[in-house]
Write a protein that binds this ligand. Sequence first.
Ligand SMILES: [Zn+2]
Length: 253
Amino acid sequence: MNPENRRKLHHRIRQAAETALSEKKYVSAIDVLVGIGWLAPGNVDAWRQKRIDYLERVINANLSRISEAMHLFRSWATAKKLAPSETAYVARQPGRPALRFSKSGDPGIERQYRTHWISPELKEKERQRLDEKMSRPPELVAIVPLKPDWKCHRCGRGGDLLMMEPPGPCCLDCAGFADLAYLPRGDTKLTKRVAKLSERRLVVARWSRARKRYERQGLLIEPRALREAREELGVSIAEDDFARIDRDPAWRR
Ligand SMILES: [Zn+2]
Protein backbone atom coordinates (compact mmCIF):
# COMPACT_ATOMS: atom_id res chain seq x y z
CA MET A 1 0.00 0.00 0.00
CA ASN A 2 1.40 3.44 -0.85
CA PRO A 3 1.98 5.87 2.04
CA GLU A 4 -0.89 8.16 1.01
CA ASN A 5 -3.46 5.32 0.97
CA ARG A 6 -2.06 4.03 4.22
CA ARG A 7 -2.47 7.45 5.82
CA LYS A 8 -6.08 7.71 4.59
CA LEU A 9 -6.90 4.24 5.86
CA HIS A 10 -5.33 5.02 9.21
CA HIS A 11 -7.49 8.14 9.48
CA ARG A 12 -10.72 6.25 8.71
CA ILE A 13 -9.86 3.50 11.17
CA ARG A 14 -9.08 5.99 13.90
CA GLN A 15 -12.42 7.75 13.35
CA ALA A 16 -14.42 4.52 13.34
CA ALA A 17 -12.62 3.26 16.45
CA GLU A 18 -13.04 6.56 18.35
CA THR A 19 -16.77 6.58 17.57
CA ALA A 20 -17.31 3.02 18.82
CA LEU A 21 -15.17 3.68 21.89
CA SER A 22 -17.06 6.81 22.89
CA GLU A 23 -20.42 5.07 22.43
CA LYS A 24 -19.65 1.77 24.13
CA LYS A 25 -16.41 2.27 26.11
CA TYR A 26 -14.88 -0.59 24.15
CA VAL A 27 -14.18 -1.28 20.51
CA SER A 28 -13.94 -4.47 18.47
CA ALA A 29 -12.48 -5.31 15.06
CA ILE A 30 -16.04 -5.74 13.79
CA ASP A 31 -16.95 -2.21 14.99
CA VAL A 32 -14.04 -0.83 12.99
CA LEU A 33 -14.70 -2.87 9.84
CA VAL A 34 -18.37 -1.86 9.89
CA GLY A 35 -17.38 1.74 10.70
CA ILE A 36 -15.08 2.08 7.68
CA GLY A 37 -17.72 0.53 5.42
CA TRP A 38 -15.92 -2.72 4.62
CA LEU A 39 -18.47 -4.88 6.37
CA ALA A 40 -22.29 -4.64 6.13
CA PRO A 41 -24.19 -5.09 9.44
CA GLY A 42 -26.57 -7.52 7.68
CA ASN A 43 -23.60 -9.71 6.80
CA VAL A 44 -22.48 -9.71 10.43
CA ASP A 45 -25.95 -11.01 11.39
CA ALA A 46 -25.77 -13.68 8.68
CA TRP A 47 -22.32 -14.74 9.89
CA ARG A 48 -23.53 -14.96 13.51
CA GLN A 49 -26.20 -17.35 12.29
CA LYS A 50 -23.53 -19.38 10.48
CA ARG A 51 -25.03 -18.66 7.10
CA ILE A 52 -21.56 -17.44 6.12
CA ASP A 53 -18.69 -19.81 6.89
CA TYR A 54 -16.09 -17.19 7.82
CA LEU A 55 -16.29 -13.42 8.23
CA GLU A 56 -13.47 -12.44 5.85
CA ARG A 57 -15.57 -13.85 3.02
CA VAL A 58 -17.92 -10.84 3.30
CA ILE A 59 -15.36 -8.14 4.11
CA ASN A 60 -15.06 -5.88 1.07
CA ALA A 61 -11.27 -5.79 0.86
CA ASN A 62 -8.53 -8.23 -0.05
CA LEU A 63 -6.66 -10.13 2.63
CA SER A 64 -3.59 -7.89 2.61
CA ARG A 65 -5.73 -4.75 3.02
CA ILE A 66 -7.64 -6.44 5.85
CA SER A 67 -4.40 -7.41 7.54
CA GLU A 68 -3.12 -3.84 7.18
CA ALA A 69 -6.35 -2.49 8.70
CA MET A 70 -6.15 -4.91 11.63
CA HIS A 71 -2.56 -3.86 12.22
CA LEU A 72 -3.46 -0.16 12.18
CA PHE A 73 -6.37 -0.79 14.56
CA ARG A 74 -4.14 -2.67 16.99
CA SER A 75 -1.47 0.06 16.94
CA TRP A 76 -4.13 2.70 17.59
CA ALA A 77 -5.59 0.69 20.51
CA THR A 78 -2.17 0.07 22.06
CA ALA A 79 -1.20 3.74 21.75
CA LYS A 80 -4.48 4.69 23.49
CA LYS A 81 -3.57 2.28 26.32
CA LEU A 82 -6.79 0.34 25.92
CA ALA A 83 -6.93 -3.01 27.69
CA PRO A 84 -7.24 -6.08 25.43
CA SER A 85 -9.95 -8.55 26.39
CA GLU A 86 -10.53 -11.77 24.50
CA THR A 87 -14.19 -12.38 23.83
CA ALA A 88 -15.89 -15.61 22.82
CA TYR A 89 -17.85 -15.35 19.60
CA VAL A 90 -20.32 -18.21 19.31
CA ALA A 91 -23.13 -18.78 16.84
CA ARG A 92 -26.78 -18.17 17.60
CA GLN A 93 -27.49 -21.84 17.16
CA PRO A 94 -28.15 -24.95 19.19
CA GLY A 95 -24.81 -26.12 20.58
CA ARG A 96 -23.46 -22.56 20.19
CA PRO A 97 -20.52 -23.43 17.94
CA ALA A 98 -17.54 -21.03 17.80
CA LEU A 99 -17.55 -18.59 14.90
CA ARG A 100 -14.68 -18.36 12.47
CA PHE A 101 -13.34 -15.01 11.30
CA SER A 102 -10.46 -15.68 8.95
CA LYS A 103 -10.06 -17.54 5.70
CA SER A 104 -6.89 -19.19 7.04
CA GLY A 105 -8.32 -20.05 10.48
CA ASP A 106 -4.90 -19.12 11.93
CA PRO A 107 -5.25 -19.00 15.77
CA GLY A 108 -3.26 -15.74 16.02
CA ILE A 109 -5.48 -13.99 13.48
CA GLU A 110 -8.63 -15.40 15.08
CA ARG A 111 -7.48 -14.00 18.43
CA GLN A 112 -6.95 -10.55 16.94
CA TYR A 113 -10.51 -10.50 15.68
CA ARG A 114 -11.86 -11.76 19.00
CA THR A 115 -10.01 -9.16 21.05
CA HIS A 116 -12.08 -6.25 22.30
CA TRP A 117 -10.21 -3.13 23.42
CA ILE A 118 -11.58 -1.60 26.58
CA SER A 119 -11.39 2.00 27.76
CA PRO A 120 -9.33 2.63 30.93
CA GLU A 121 -12.08 5.10 31.93
CA LEU A 122 -14.38 2.20 32.51
CA LYS A 123 -14.86 1.75 36.25
CA GLU A 124 -14.27 -1.69 37.75
CA LYS A 125 -18.00 -2.29 38.28
CA GLU A 126 -18.90 -1.28 34.74
CA ARG A 127 -16.11 -3.41 33.42
CA GLN A 128 -17.38 -6.45 35.31
CA ARG A 129 -20.84 -5.87 33.89
CA LEU A 130 -19.38 -5.56 30.40
CA ASP A 131 -17.36 -8.75 30.81
CA GLU A 132 -20.51 -10.57 31.88
CA LYS A 133 -22.45 -9.18 28.95
CA MET A 134 -19.76 -10.08 26.46
CA SER A 135 -19.30 -13.61 27.73
CA ARG A 136 -23.03 -14.34 27.82
CA PRO A 137 -23.86 -16.58 24.88
CA PRO A 138 -25.94 -14.83 22.25
CA GLU A 139 -29.58 -15.72 22.00
CA LEU A 140 -30.85 -18.48 19.77
CA VAL A 141 -32.79 -17.09 16.87
CA ALA A 142 -35.74 -18.39 14.88
CA ILE A 143 -36.09 -16.65 11.56
CA VAL A 144 -39.21 -15.81 9.58
CA PRO A 145 -38.36 -17.35 6.20
CA LEU A 146 -38.05 -15.02 3.23
CA LYS A 147 -39.24 -17.73 0.85
CA PRO A 148 -42.41 -19.58 1.87
CA ASP A 149 -41.30 -22.74 0.02
CA TRP A 150 -38.10 -23.33 2.03
CA LYS A 151 -37.28 -26.93 3.01
CA CYS A 152 -35.87 -28.25 6.28
CA HIS A 153 -32.51 -29.93 5.65
CA ARG A 154 -33.42 -32.75 8.06
CA CYS A 155 -37.03 -33.68 7.29
CA GLY A 156 -37.69 -31.90 3.99
CA ARG A 157 -40.79 -30.10 5.28
CA GLY A 158 -41.34 -26.35 5.59
CA GLY A 159 -42.84 -24.22 8.34
CA ASP A 160 -43.50 -20.70 9.59
CA LEU A 161 -40.08 -20.34 11.19
CA LEU A 162 -36.64 -21.78 10.64
CA MET A 163 -33.32 -22.00 12.44
CA MET A 164 -30.00 -21.88 10.65
CA GLU A 165 -27.67 -24.84 11.02
CA PRO A 166 -24.42 -25.30 9.11
CA PRO A 167 -25.96 -27.65 6.47
CA GLY A 168 -28.96 -25.35 5.96
CA PRO A 169 -32.30 -24.25 7.41
CA CYS A 170 -33.95 -26.50 9.97
CA CYS A 171 -37.59 -26.56 11.11
CA LEU A 172 -38.55 -26.05 14.77
CA ASP A 173 -39.82 -29.64 15.02
CA CYS A 174 -36.44 -31.06 14.11
CA ALA A 175 -34.61 -28.47 16.25
CA GLY A 176 -36.77 -29.53 19.24
CA PHE A 177 -38.57 -26.23 19.84
CA ALA A 178 -42.01 -26.94 18.39
CA ASP A 179 -43.66 -26.86 21.84
CA LEU A 180 -42.80 -23.22 22.50
CA ALA A 181 -45.42 -20.46 22.57
CA TYR A 182 -45.11 -17.10 20.92
CA LEU A 183 -44.99 -13.84 22.83
CA PRO A 184 -45.00 -10.80 20.55
CA ARG A 185 -42.83 -7.86 21.54
CA GLY A 186 -44.47 -4.87 23.18
CA ASP A 187 -44.97 -5.65 26.86
CA THR A 188 -41.45 -5.05 28.17
CA LYS A 189 -42.18 -6.02 31.77
CA LEU A 190 -43.85 -9.29 30.79
CA THR A 191 -41.14 -10.10 28.23
CA LYS A 192 -38.37 -9.60 30.79
CA ARG A 193 -40.07 -11.79 33.37
CA VAL A 194 -40.91 -14.54 30.87
CA ALA A 195 -37.36 -14.56 29.51
CA LYS A 196 -36.10 -15.15 33.07
CA LEU A 197 -38.57 -17.95 33.76
CA SER A 198 -38.21 -19.79 30.47
CA GLU A 199 -35.23 -22.12 30.34
CA ARG A 200 -35.62 -22.64 26.62
CA ARG A 201 -36.28 -19.61 24.49
CA LEU A 202 -35.74 -18.27 21.01
CA VAL A 203 -35.84 -14.77 19.62
CA VAL A 204 -38.07 -14.49 16.56
CA ALA A 205 -36.44 -12.27 13.97
CA ARG A 206 -37.48 -11.09 10.58
CA TRP A 207 -35.29 -9.60 7.87
CA SER A 208 -36.22 -6.00 7.11
CA ARG A 209 -35.51 -5.20 3.48
CA ALA A 210 -35.80 -1.48 4.18
CA ARG A 211 -33.33 -1.44 7.08
CA LYS A 212 -31.20 -4.29 5.79
CA ARG A 213 -31.04 -5.99 9.14
CA TYR A 214 -32.84 -8.53 11.29
CA GLU A 215 -35.53 -7.12 13.53
CA ARG A 216 -36.87 -8.70 16.66
CA GLN A 217 -40.53 -9.68 16.48
CA GLY A 218 -40.95 -11.38 19.83
CA LEU A 219 -39.96 -14.50 21.76
CA LEU A 220 -40.76 -18.17 21.64
CA ILE A 221 -40.95 -19.33 25.25
CA GLU A 222 -42.17 -22.22 27.35
CA PRO A 223 -45.97 -21.89 27.79
CA ARG A 224 -45.45 -22.66 31.49
CA ALA A 225 -43.18 -19.60 31.84
CA LEU A 226 -45.73 -17.36 30.17
CA ARG A 227 -48.44 -18.60 32.52
CA GLU A 228 -46.24 -18.10 35.59
CA ALA A 229 -45.12 -14.63 34.55
CA ARG A 230 -48.71 -13.55 33.94
CA GLU A 231 -49.76 -14.85 37.35
CA GLU A 232 -46.87 -13.06 39.04
CA LEU A 233 -47.60 -9.79 37.33
CA GLY A 234 -51.34 -10.12 37.80
CA VAL A 235 -52.12 -10.13 34.09
CA SER A 236 -55.31 -12.06 33.41
CA ILE A 237 -54.73 -15.28 31.55
CA ALA A 238 -56.75 -16.00 28.47
CA GLU A 239 -55.78 -19.23 26.75
CA ASP A 240 -56.54 -17.52 23.45
CA ASP A 241 -53.59 -15.25 24.05
CA PHE A 242 -51.24 -18.14 23.55
CA ALA A 243 -50.40 -17.60 19.95
CA ARG A 244 -49.12 -21.09 19.27
CA ILE A 245 -46.52 -21.22 16.57
CA ASP A 246 -48.64 -23.52 14.42
CA ARG A 247 -51.70 -21.30 14.69
CA ASP A 248 -52.17 -17.72 13.58
CA PRO A 249 -48.54 -16.64 13.85
CA ALA A 250 -48.45 -12.98 14.74
CA TRP A 251 -45.38 -12.27 12.63
CA ARG A 252 -47.41 -12.91 9.47
CA ARG A 253 -49.81 -10.04 10.04
ZN1 LIG B 1 -37.49 -30.62 9.91
